[in-house]
Design a protein around this ligand. Structure first.
Ligand SMILES: *Cc1c(COP(=O)(O)O)cnc(C)c1O
Length: 199
């Protein structure tokens, strides 16, 4: 299980403190803010940056150049652009499809299973992308029973994808709010902001 420290809105100093305690994987949501941090923290060669925010097509180039992972792919256009802009000297970018698990329309992500499989087929055909799995955000309004139904659904999709594509190994589920539930739902990557940085 991997822990991604979500460092959006965090100062460089806080990120450096996390590095000193052995945390090397960070998640960022806002492209301008993140490029600034990535530049300032270049001396830490071991850092792995994950883009987890909403992706606009005019920002894709910056993500392709500066991040190792993009967890928030939700349409073919973004996959095509990421593949196109991924620099040749870098390894293929690790990507996750974001699923709108709770079908709340203020969230990014894909709504239907069919859409997810279509997008997966598209990603698999791209040489500069490596399809690693799926990402979802929990619902903050649903009760535990409703949430478990959502987790079950996402689990089914994950195992179907894993069976079909050998590169799929990552279920990125879980934030400070639902660490335990997400681990029960077989998450193997959790994205923790508040509970690590406490502000
Ligand atoms: C902010 C954010 C997180 C972390 O949330 P916390 O409640 O601070 O743990 C995780 N995933 C995504 C996509 C986020 O935007």
């Amino acid at each position: 299980m991997k822990i991604i420290a979500v460092s959006k809105n965090q100062k460089i100093q806080n990120i450096e403190n996390a590095i000193k305690s052995g945390q090397y994987e960070f998640g960022e949501n806002y492209i301008q803010e993140s490029i600034d941090k990535i530049t300032k923290l270049k001396k830490y060669k071991k850092i792995i940056w994950h883009f987890i925010g909403k992706l606009q097509s005019n920002k894709v180039k910056l993500v392709a150049k500066n991040f190792s992972w993009c967890q928030s792919i939700d349409r073919k256009k973004i996959a095509i652009l990421l593949n196109q802009y991924r620099p040749i000297h870098l390894p293929p970018m690790n990507v996750l499809i974001q699923i709108n698990i709770s079908k709340e329309n203020h969230k990014n992500g894909i709504y239907s299973e069919e859409e997810c499989y279509e997008l997966a087929d598209c990603i698999i055909s791209m040489p500069n992308l490596c399809f690693r799995g799926i990402m979802a955000l929990p619902s903050i309004t649903k009760n535990i029973i409703e949430k478990n139904i959502d987790y079950q659904e996402i689990n089914n999709i994950f195992y179907k994808l894993k069976k079909k594509y050998h590169s799929v190994d990552t279920l990125s589920l879980g934030t400070s709010l639902d660490i335990e539930e997400s681990l029960i739902a077989h998450s193997n990557m959790i994205r923790i902001g508040y509970a690590i940085f406490k502000n």
